[in-house]
Ligand binder design. Sequence first.
Ligand SMILES: Cc1cc2nc3c(=O)[nH]c(=O)nc-3n(C[C@H](O)[C@H](O)[C@H](O)COP(=O)(O)OP(=O)(O)OC[C@H]3O[C@@H](n4cnc5c(N)ncnc54)[C@H](O)[C@@H]3O)c2cc1C
Length: 424
Amino acid sequence: MKIGILGAGIAGLGVGYCLKKAGYNNFTIFEASDKVGGLARSFKWHGFDCDLAPHRLFTDDDEVREQLLSLTPMHRLRRQSEIYIRGKWIQDPVNAIEVVMKFFPRESMRIVWHYLFRDKHPETDFESLVLNKFGKGLNEFFFKPYSEKLFGVPANQISPVWGRRKIRVGGLKDIIRRKSRLYFKEFYYPDQSGYGAITDALFTHLKDEVKLETRLVGLEKSSDSARYYCTIQNGEEVTTEYFDVLVSSLPITLLLQMLGKTLNLSFRPAILTYLLINKPCITKNHWYYIADGEHKINRVAEFKNFAVNSLPEDKTVICCEITNTEGYSVEAVINELQNIGLIDPELIIDTKVVKIPEAYPIYDLEYENQMDEIADFCADHPNLHLIGRNAQFLHQDIDEIFGSGIKIAKQLIQQNKLVEVSVT
Ligand SMILES: Cc1cc2nc3c(=O)[nH]c(=O)nc-3n(C[C@H](O)[C@H](O)[C@H](O)COP(=O)(O)OP(=O)(O)OC[C@H]3O[C@@H](n4cnc5c(N)ncnc54)[C@H](O)[C@@H]3O)c2cc1C
């Protein structure tokens, strides 16, 4: 049985690695780029290992943690992060007592008052979910401006599903008790080569199976058999290959479009601005959020603070993530950082811009209907498996995706008795 795997990010590489580890290797991984890693890749710049915005590994899944740690040497770091909001710095994750103290009396009284006397709303969208859980004060203070900046959609046009997944606390009481997976205190990070070391390590086991610079440009399912015919482009060369099973990590909109189904879903692009600064460090934080709506930057990462390998001592690199890209310019990013008091523009030695066309699946109000349509479509395609952030249209981290990869590989092997077939 021939398996085609589309995309060599953590999803595609994870499935390939698990298949091969189990003894099956009749599969090919097609990757459009000249590198593996997708959104979890890293690159070297001025001696620093840079990721695509802050990336860190934390997981509750023991099997995933053990497998990833056995692949890549990693160190544990104690999370160091902050939130800049209304001109002040507060801890991340939020410490309710600190918020009350720092924003006393006006904002804190407002947050507490609106929490205690909040009305119950039908939970039809993200904003109503937040109003029910936290009240108007905290919604206007943090949730509304940050979610609108991230998605570019009014909070009452964002699906409540996103809120239920992202805000895994019951309400203000749970924030005070700090009860959520979001409150992880420590995380893992590779010892060498940035976060991309994880996918690089997977690639070392899959050199024969991954075809780089090979893009899927067309896809058809044969009417007389369950086979998929993939049209693949490598440079000028265009070929067609068939597969009995397809595992895709490509954006769901692109893949289904090729199979004749148009979805009403879209992705929010991000622009990452990297700044090389002539200063040993900017802060001790791994990352910090800029929560206010009037600032365009969402998050800043400082890679030196993740690393244990030797790096240029007198310089540092930061990365600013922006999803509200309207009127974007490097100068505007620098101005914003200067206004917040983070950097002196005179100290910037070099800049670099990386664009991510599909950074965040947008959970608008159409999301649930579209997910139902995808489920119906997939029911007619039992040999098509969707995996990963953009293929499943889910804000997943790599531990969750790698975990799904283990499951898909096990399922393919068991259902089709693949390992016996490959041995005979
Ligand atoms: C800003 C940001 C911060 C994040 N922070 C974290 C974090 O802290 N921790 C964490 O674990 N995760 C984090 N994530 C999530 C994590 O990066 C992703 O979930 C994960 O890397 C997605 O892997 P994937 O394999 O599903 O998709 P991708 O990495 O997108 O891989 C898909 C691959 O398919 C290839 N491709 C696309 N079209 C074609 C085609 N037509 N033919 C062939 N190949 C094609 C692409 O080049 C790509 O390599 C973050 C993501 C973002 C955007």
